[in-house]
Design a protein around this ligand. Structure first.
Ligand SMILES: O=C(O)CCC(=O)C(=O)O
Ligand SMILES: [Fe+2]
Length: 358
């Protein structure tokens, strides 16, 4: 790819896509035979490893990803290893809306439900194929699989429980050095086709000078309030709370672009970000990056039975605003976070299980 404008660095490699091709999600459609295999896998696993929302499942189901259909495994491994696409979509997991029962009104109810067990098993197996699924002691009582649903009273929050407020682009847990490599969202219900929004850093065009500024430790990312809020409620004496409060009060300056200079990774969460005081150059570069991310954004309405996977180092994601119903028919997604190397995530603050980090 070449450009006539010398100030715009559009020469980033396309990582295997045809030159100039936008980074659309790679897609995979499960066929009837594969669906039968998936059903057999869910039946076989049943209760042997316990619930996939609990960390012990992953200690026991060490090789269970072998039960996934071969074509799906190839697709997911290629996605992981090539890094060609910042996101991908798998369609065709069975979901029986009737058997699910009503969308719970709160994640506290949802974590005890088991009506979506098959979907949780498939989500867990896909996560195991990509790496090490993990959870946060600070979120949904350490559940590895979380529930995304609108909560009454949280309409304006920047979290998976909001609705009326646009959920701004963010890197998942962007403030945290141990954030996930992959974010998986499995659709159970989405009657108004409310879109998740994804923007790939591969599509962003920026002046070289802006890229250089964004690659310097000139930015502060504070923890989103959800982490601190849930831990203060569930475990006010938790030893990680002072650390989280320090991350909020005195965040360490960090870079927004990092990794390969020609094909960088990205870390951003604008509503929780500042530049160092008076650094107008960094602020302007950040604004231009945000504008670019908005320019290249894509809507992806995660439908029942679809799985959206976002590479948390290559794409930011958010969600359009919508009006919640609170009548049992609301949008409901299952969410899993995956590390490529859980060893890297061990911080010494986990109390119960190393897979549940802080
Ligand atoms: O609801 C969505 O589509 C995305 C939610 C989200 O960003 C999250 O829970 O991290
Ligand atoms: Fe998110």
């Amino acid at each position: 790819m070449t450009t006539m404008n010398p100030t715009v660095d559009a020469s980033l490699p396309d990582a295997g896509r045809a030159p100039g091709t936008p980074d659309a999600p790679a897609e995979y459609l499960l066929d009837a035979d594969e669906v039968s295999e998936l059903r057999a896998a869910a039946e076989k696993l049943g209760e042997v490893y316990g619930a996939p929302s609990l960390p012990e499942f992953y200690d026991r189901a060490l090789t269970a990803e072998e039960l996934l259909p071969a074509g799906l495994r190839t697709f997911l491994l290629e996605y992981r290893r090539s890094e060609r696409n910042a996101s991908c979509l798998v369609h065709g997991f069975p979901v029986d809306g009737g058997a699910l029962g009503p969308t719970p009104g709160h994640w506290r109810e949802a974590i005890h439900g088991r009506t979506a067990r098959d979907q949780e098993v498939w989500l867990a197996l896909c996560g195991l194929l990509l790496g090490d699924p993990f959870g946060w002691a600070t979120l949904q009582e350490g559940r590895i699989i979380q529930n995304i649903l609108p909560i009454h009273g949280d309409e304006d929050r920047q979290s998976g429980y909001g609705s009326e407020a646009l959920l701004e682009f963010h890197t998942e847990d962007g403030f945290h050095p141990n954030r996930c490599d992959y974010l998986l969202l499995m659709g159970l219900r989405n009657p108004d086709a409310v879109p998740t929004i994804v923007a790939s850093v591969n599509d962003v065009r920026l002046a070289g000078a802006d890229r250089a500024v964004l690659a310097e430790d000139r930015f502060l990312i504070r923890p989103d309030t959800e982490h601190i809020r849930q831990l203060e409620t569930s475990a006010p004496g938790h030893p990680a709370l002072p650390r989280l409060r320090a991350m909020a009060g005195r965040p360490a300056p960090t870079a927004v672009l990092f990794g390969d200079r020609l094909s960088p990774y990205l870390r951003i969460d604008r509503p929780f970000m500042d530049t160092l005081p008076g650094d107008t150059r960094a602020e302007a570069a950040l604004d231009r990056l945000m504008a670019e991310l908005h320019r290249v954004q894509r809507d992806v309405a995660v439908a029942p039975g679809s799985l959206l996977i976002v590479d948390n180092y290559r794409a930011v994601h958010g969600r359009r605003s919508f009006t919640a119903r609170y009548d049992g028919t609301d949008r409901w997604l299952k969410k899993l976070t995956v590390s490529r190397n859980l060893r890297r995530n061990l911080s010494g603050y986990a109390l119960d299980h190393p897979r549940v980090i802080v």
